[in-house]
Design a protein around this ligand. Structure first.
Ligand SMILES: CC(C)(COP(=O)(O)OP(=O)(O)OC[C@H]1O[C@@H](n2cnc3c(N)ncnc32)[C@H](O)[C@@H]1OP(=O)(O)O)[C@@H](O)C(=O)NCCC(=O)NCCS
Length: 183
């Protein structure tokens, strides 16, 4: 397989990243049968755009992204930062001092080739270097929930029917030392 580079974003990546957020969010809502939720789709894209500008404006202090690139362009991303409102409000402050890993997005045409794992492993390394020994992550998307359950086991918090009947929200607390071979 062609080499994938994992890099920190620069100002030059913003336009392509914003298009990439839209591509992945629109596709994911469609896959979940939620293509009609226009307001939620736009809100999700705006949040991701804001996170990226927080990263660039703070040099990675307020939010920290990694992006995966192939010759043809951006194929994935991941970030970490303060846990989002939904995590904080539904866990009674447990995650106030624990960072959230999120925006794990892989281009629909490049899935199941290990790109998300590559981004996760790179992020674990960064988190360790920054002295963090755990993180949390959450998801309301049913497909991603299968991925995270496979990787991290049952969620620590299950917000049953949070989005609507049968659409739960899940939150995991992950200790880096518990990951097999550090991955
Ligand atoms: C979730 C997502 C990031 C996975 O990306 P990916 O590059 O296809 O994942 P990888 O190929 O690295 O696989 C990671 C693991 O998930 C498993 N996996 C991947 N897709 C899966 C699926 N559809 N169902 C079940 N398991 C799956 C792989 O087998 C692998 O398991 P392993 O680590 O035990 O070997 C990607 O599907 C995506 O971008 N989804 C849309 C956006 C999204 O929902 N992001 C998460 C937000 S919380």
């Amino acid at each position: 397989m062609e080499k994938i580079k994992i890099e920190r974003p620069t100002i030059e990546d913003v336009e392509e990243m914003n298009q990439f957020f839209r591509l992945v969010v629109v596709d994911t809502f469609a896959q979940e049968g939620l293509a009609g939720l226009q307001d939620n789709i736009e809100a999700e894209i705006e949040t991701k755009k804001k996170y990226l500008s927080m990263d660039l404006n703070s040099n990675g202090e307020d939010r920290y992204f990694l992006i995966a690139k192939r010759d043809e362009g951006i194929v994935g991303c991941i970030d970490y930062g303060t846990a989002n409102e939904l995590i904080l409000s539904s866990t009674d402050g447990e995650f106030e001092d624990i960072v959230e890993v999120g925006t794990v997005f892989v281009h629909p045409e490049y899935r199941r080739q290990g790109i998300a794992n590559k981004l996760l492993y790179a992020m674990y390394k960064i988190l360790r270097e920054k002295g963090k020994d755990e993180f949390c992550l959450d998801s309301g998307y049913t497909i991603a929930q299968q991925v995270w359950k496979k990787k991290f086991g049952d969620p620590d918090y299950l917000l049953k029917d949070y989005w609507s009947e049968g659409f739960h929200h899940m939150i995991w607390r992950v200790r880096l030392r518990d990951l097999v071979n550090g991955e």
